[in-house]
Ligand binder design. Structure first.
Ligand code: AGP
Length: 611
């Protein structure tokens, strides 16, 4: 999604803006721009990476100022062009030197644009953001804060904005609704950003704005109001972030770093939450709802992409361990299908970023219908986490790579603990939970053994990396893992891959099998092992080549397949925590072999904050 960085203080603004944009690069974008205010407005925009913008600014010169705004754009309205890049300005003749950067979507921009064109406004871009800049200019009567409030009252949609005006060289106005925005509070300076990674280098004291909040900032003052100019208080909190966590270290890519971080990430995720002595799972974030959860009539997990796949594992876990009827749905489908949410329903939103627009909206829809709304989220203080009644943070640390890896494991790990937490209050004995916890505590070291196979996985991947169509198959707990493996391969290598239940092959997709086609089976020893062997034979007899993720020591499967990636034996509910790891490495190696940008795959963004 788009990235926002703004600065007002007494230091040079340009280094803060450029360094902040580089911190946000992982979120995905296609163009960048900035504006500084020092007597007059100075604007620069460029298609491509932040480095292109930096080079342009350094060549042009004249960007010395202590106040400015900067933006990375992920196109929603209008193509990837310099004209459509932010910042956007109000009308060249009717305007007042207003400049705006924006993350989100102005849904009624076309109506507003017609209204402004009738008043003589001339537009230079195809964007909704430029319409907002012109609207603020149109409503400007000498007070930028009031003009922004008036304009936002006319707007429908989502926004996180930072606004400056040449006529008010000491004032910056920022506001948000539905898109994240936080204000870092330094000494006589403020750093505004859409993500804390652009703030922590300057301060760890930050204010996360609530929806419909407008902040008027000067070098030594800060005021928050609603869009109706009603004063509201803003709470400063400590940002849980350190730059060391978001630096690349010795790894070539964030994705590889985060794959290898998974053992420690899971240790952090479980830390303090597995009380082996009492046989209790300790989840402080949901403890006040323990009785309501134990009496729940139905649980619904919602999410998108990888988070949805974690929700599919969670569906099996909740029914197995807590014996509660459970569903899982794309958040985008749930929110619009007029869902049945009866008494005793719990809706659980799963999200790494906590900013996915569809997941946030699905949660709000569920709350509106009376559900207890929980969140399994990684980013503390994110929109989804603030919308929930309660929740459990993943605590796997910042995930920078666009392809989600350690966050998936965190989501599945927390879902496992949540299901056991509820199950213990229903039918699970302390001994059963203790046994599960003992097994969970061994998972990080199991993952370390799988990671040691990376070169072997790379060799096997090289045999098939030129093939343009792959299948990923699994049963039971391993079916969502098959989907996740397919998504990983698709999104970073651009190879077409499809995941499905292994039994589904016979109902059509088996027609795809041709000589040498790579078919990945997640085929660990579990309740459906014999059936998956049959499915493997169905593929082999038609010329398909099988790559299996299998349980260490399973000599049987070796006779049926071309390649095997081994995982230690664990109880079925814990198998997804292991079987996904070889597939993450397969996708990583395939992407490199195909020359892809692993951490910033084309067309993708780290957090999809628009519908
Ligand atoms: C995962 O590799 C993808 N980048 C994507 O599917 C992601 O999982 C999805 O957009 C949901 O994001 P969230 O977990 O931040 O809500």
């Amino acid at each position: 999604m788009c990235g926002i960085v703004a600065y007002i203080g007494r230091r040079p603004a340009l280094p803060v803006l450029l360094e902040g944009l580089k911190r946000l690069e992982y979120r995905g974008y296609d163009s960048a721009g900035l504006a500084v205010l020092n007597g007059g407005l100075k604007v620069a925009k460029a298609v491509g990476r932040v480095a292109v913008l930096e080079d342009l600014v350094n060549r042009q010169g004249g960007f010395d100022a202590t106040m400015g705004v900067a933006h990375t754009r992920w196109a929603t309205h209008g193509g990837v062009t310099e004209k459509n890049a932010h910042p956007h300005r109000d009308d060249a003749t009717l305007g007042h030197g207003v400049v705006v950067i924006h993350n989100g979507i102005i849904e009624n921009y076309a109506t507003l644009k017609r209204y402004l064109e009738e008043k003589g406004h001339v537009f230079t871009s195809e964007t909704d953001t430029e319409v907002l800049a012109h609207l603020i200019g149109e409503l400007y009567r000498g007070d930028l804060e009031r003009a922004v409030q008036s304009a936002l009252r006319e707007v429908t949609g989502a926004y996180a904005i930072a606004v400056m005006c040449a006529k008010e060289p000491d004032v910056m106005v920022v506001a948000r609704k539905g898109s994240p925005l936080m204000v870092g509070v330094g000494k006589d300076e403020y750093v505004v950003a859409s993500d804390s990674s652009a703030i922590v280098a300057h301060t760890t004291q930050a204010i996360t704005l609530d929806d419909y909040t407008v902040a008027r900032i000067t070098r030594d003052s800060f005021r928050t109001t609603t869009v109706d100019n009603v004063p509201v208080t803003a709470e400063i909190r400590e940002l849980e972030y350190d730059l060391g966590q978001i630096d690349l270290g010795a790894f070539d890519h964030y994705m590889l770093k985060e794959i290898h971080e998974q053992p420690n990430a899971l240790r952090l995720c479980m830390k303090g939450r597995l009380d082996l002595r009492s046989g209790q799972i300790v989840l402080g974030g949901v403890s006040e709802f323990a009785r309501e959860l134990a009496r729940a009539k139905r649980v619904i997990f919602v999410g998108q992409g990888t988070a949805l796949h974690a929700g599919m594992v969670a569906e099996y876990l909740m029914e197995d361990l807590a014996k509660i009827p459970t569903d899982v749905d794309f958040a985008s489908e749930f929110r619009y299908r007029n869902p049945m949410v009866e008494e005793g329903t719990v809706v659980v939103a799963i999200s790494q970023s906590g900013e996915t627009a569809d997941t946030l909206a699905a949660l709000q829809e569920a709350k509106q219908r009376g559900a207890l709304a929980l969140g399994l989220v990684n980013v503390v203080g994110s929109s989804i986490s603030r919308e929930t009644d309660a929740g459990v943070y993943l605590r796997v640390g910042p995930e920078i790579g666009v392809a989600s890896t350690k966050a998936f494991l965190g989501q599945v790990c927390v879902a496992t603990m949540l299901a056991a937490f509820v199950g213990r209050r229903r039918f699970l004995s302390a001994d059963a939970v203790r046994e599960l916890m003992e097994q969970m505590e061994r998972v990080p070291s199991h993952i370390e053994r799988i990671l040691a196979q990376s070169e072997e996985i790379k060799r096997a991947t090289a045999r098939y990396v030129e093939r343009d169509n792959w299948l990923f198959l699994g049963r039971g707990y391993n079916y969502p893992v098959a989907l996740e493996g397919a998504l990983k391969l698709k999104e970073i290598s651009y190879i077409h891959a499809e995941g499905m239940p292994a039994a589904e092959m016979k109902h059509g997709p088996i027609a795809l099998i041709d000589e040498g086609m790579p078919v990945v089976f997640v085929a660990t020893r579990n309740s459906q092992y014999e059936k998956i062997l049959s499915n493997i034979e169905e593929v082999r007899s038609r010329g398909g080549h099988v790559i299996a993720v299998a349980t260490e020591g399973d000599e049987e499967i070796r006779r049926h397949v071309q390649e095997v990636f081994w995982v230690p034996d664990v109880p079925e509910p814990l198998q997804p925590l292991l079987t996904v790891v070889p597939l993450q490495l397969l996708a990583y190696h395939a992407a490199l072999m195909r020359g892809r940008d692993v951490d910033k795959p084309r067309n993708l963004a780290k957090s999809v904050t628009v519908e």
